[in-house]
Ligand binder design. Sequence first.
Ligand code: SF4
Length: 259
Amino acid sequence: MRWDERQLALLREIGVRLWLTPDAVVTGAPVAQATAPAHVTPTAPTGPTLAAPPEAPTAQPERADSVASMDWPALREAAAGCTACALCEGRHEPVFGVGNPRAHWMIVGEAPGDAEDAQGEPFVGKAGQLLDNMLQAIGLTRGKAAPAQQVYIAHAVKCRPPGNRIPSAAELARCEAYLIRQVQLVQPRIILALGRFAPQLLGSTEPGGKLRGRVHDYHGVPVIVSYGPAHLLRNPEDKARAWDDLCLAAQTLESALPQ
Ligand code: SF4
């Protein structure tokens, strides 16, 4: 893959170093949506554990049935007033999601932290900035843009868990109807699952690190598992792996497009 100078500058700022031959750099080219993986520092499909072992989920078929037919306004309203699990007690407001409602890329985080709970938007502060920079380096944005460039971002669990703990499998299961409906409405072509919750989301007993580097499926949409940006701030040595994941997602999306 060839990279323009602006993309390389962004990656340097993020802290991702690419090992490039001179002909891999395009001078003066505009930033475009990335279409294939870059060769970055060596990575392994395994990394630090991303998730706690799953617990038995608590299903709520009746509630899921009613959520499954909602349009965007009804879905947002239902989440805003939701008291289906104990996380509603400590929240300021549910963090529903932002971005293009027909985005090709959907970014799914774990659950809101304090700042997100206060601002009502997923991935804000330094972690959000890092995510935005990584997305920008591959030609994507959370700002206003066409569906191919503007992502849709949501958390798997809409209300902040106390102390920023990982949501339990029961909480994930109770909240999942909203995420499934968001996926159905957005109809993304690729989902990036960022964080320790990925095994629960995908119904896997493998640790999250082992889920990286391959394509999974979530309700018919290909999923790439990676590290959450807050983890990357604490563990900058994993940024190159996260960049690999992003490039794998771009490659997966491109290979699914009609030739
Ligand atoms: S976390 Fe989800 S299921 Fe629990 S109260 Fe909030 S919106 Fe409802």
